[in-house]
Write a protein that binds this ligand. Structure first.
Ligand SMILES: Cc1cc2nc3c(=O)[nH]c(=O)nc-3n(C[C@H](O)[C@H](O)[C@H](O)COP(=O)(O)OP(=O)(O)OC[C@H]3O[C@@H](n4cnc5c(N)ncnc54)[C@H](O)[C@@H]3O)c2cc1C
Length: 438
């Protein structure tokens, strides 16, 4: 395609990586972004005494090679997640020293099953049809041996990895995700795993630098794409009052949002069906800011997990060298939705109660509780990512990346490695660029 003009919809990590790869190859990308900022599911908020909070994505870890390369290329640095102190665990409402006895065996079994799933075509796995119609929750109930282990594993896996409840996702969706992210140890781990490092300034700072590196005039903010038309001559992409013509378009959006754009001619039935069957997950990420990281004085790491209550897990998000302490809690799926239904004051009280259950009375009154509702944001509508509903991987999976004429698909959901993550967003954007250039 050489000097062809390519419209890229969305300036998240996927759209930005795609546009940079296109520009590098001599094509003319034009990125249309709905919001007045780049970065999509990443967002930083400055803290009063210096530093920042990552309201969206925050971690990168080993084997996320493109992300580490981008951090270095754009002159940013990483720092490790804190690794001192003991984790806190509540099982069945009581403090526990270790994880449920059966958990390690369950994770091994899942990894063994995931080894038989090709992340490029999960629907081809032997057993795919059976795994796709079975929910992760059903499989855990039948396999875990006891209800506490099943509940704990369900919250950790469906919640911590997919931001869903165990009954919302199929076993095949879970196996795909495990395989795509290098296995349970890689996905769940802090040091040596996906939560190993953070980026100084947050991933949002990296997104801004990537945007700044685009050739001048190649990014339009405040340009929500409403319609995409294609014919033998090319594509026409409408954003507000403007229509942009090009040779091809890369839609770098989660399928749920890509399905809200109008296409002419209309999308083939199976592709549209995919967008109807890939809702976004539901996570509530809340930062509790304290005058000090008080939990460290008790030898606690701030990392907590529990099988009961609205929060599934917490981490210590205090910044090195800066005063104050930050505990960040996560609630997922049904628990996150239940919290969202509460009036603000009641939700905040429930969140503080959950922190007290884990860390004692010192957690009762944070200086500030900071949340961002990604599900209410019209340009994200949920997180961490889109998830195919039970039964849909086998029926609709092949449509995930298949171009429709001049329309190509990017976004982290289309990645085969680290799908759902920043790394997957970047590699998917670069894959789509290569596809268009081909
Ligand atoms: C709370 C939270 C925590 C997370 N934690 C991590 C983590 O620690 N590590 C990690 O790797 N990943 C994490 N993730 C996931 C990660 O953020 C995503 O995988 C990644 O950012 C997806 O990038 P993307 O470019 O595919 O999509 P997006 O970031 O969603 O980008 C899509 C862009 O398209 C724009 N857009 C939408 N509709 C239109 C339209 N019609 N026209 C024009 N533009 C449009 C949006 O505004 C957005 O900028 C987290 C996500 C959240 C929300």
């Amino acid at each position: 395609m050489g000097g062809g003009r390519v419209i890229v919809v969305g300036a998240g990590f996927s759209g930005l990586a795609c546009a940079l790869a296109l520009a590098e190859a001599g094509a003319e990308p034009l990125v249309l972004e709905a919001r007045d900022r780049v970065g999509g599911r990443t967002l930083s908020r400055p803290l009063p005494g210096g530093g920042w909070l990552d309201l969206g994505a925050q971690w990168i870890g080993p084997t996320q090679d493109r992300m580490y390369a981008l951090v270095a290329a754009y002159g940013l640095e990483t720092f490790p997640s804190p690794a001192v102190g003991a984790p806190t665990r509540l099982l069945d409402g009581r403090p526990a020293t270790g994880e449920p006895a059966g958990l390690a065996g369950l994770l091994d079994t899942l990894d063994e099953l995931a080894a038989g799933v090709d992340p490029v075509a999960p629907w081809r796995a032997t057993g795919a049809a059976e795994w796709d119609r079975m929910t992760l929750g059903g499989w855990l109930d039948a396999t875990a041996g006891d209800p506490v282990t099943a509940r704990y594993a369900g919250r950790l896996l469906a919640g911590g990895l997919l931001a869903a409840s165990p009954d919302e996702v199929s076993l095949l969706q879970m196996l795909f995700y495990l395989r795509s992210g290098g296995g349970a140890g890689s996905l769940l781990g802090m040091a040596g795993g996906a939560q190993q490092d953070r980026i100084v300034g947050g991933p949002a700072a990296l997104a801004q630098r990537m945007a700044d590196a685009l050739p001048p005039g190649r990014l339009r903010l405040g340009a929500p794409v409403e319609a995409i038309a294609q014919d033998a001559a090319g594509v026409r992409v409408r954003a507000g009052d403007e229509v942009h013509a090009g040779d091809a378009v890369v839609v770098a959006l989660a399928p749920a949002l890509a399905g809200r754009v109008r296409y002419d001619p209309p999308l083939p039935a199976l592709r549209d069906g995919l967008t109807q069957r890939m809702p976004m997950g539901a996570a509530l990420k809340v930062h509790a800011r304290y005058p000090t990281p008080f939990w460290r004085a008790d030898g606690r790491s701030g990392v907590a997990t529990t099988d009961t209550g609205p929060l599934t897990e917490t981490v210590d998000n205090s910044l090195p060298g800066l005063p104050g302490g930050v505990l960040t809690g996560f609630s997922y799926g049904a628990q996150a939705r239940a919290l969202r239904r509460l009036p603000d004051a009641a939700r905040r009280a429930a969140l503080c109660d959950a922190l007290v259950a884990l860390f004692g009375p010192a957690a009762a009154e944070p200086a500030e509780l900071i949340e961002y509702d990604w599900s209410a944001d019209p340009w994200t509508r949920g997180c961490f990512c889109g998830l195919l509903t039970p039964g849909s991987w086998c029926d609709y999976g092949p449509e995930l990346r298949a171009p429709v004429g001049r329309v190509h698909w990017a976004g982290t959901e289309t990645a085969t490695r680290w799908s759902g993550y920043l790394e997957g967003a970047v590699t998917a954007g670069e894959r789509a660029a290569a596809e268009v250039l081909d």
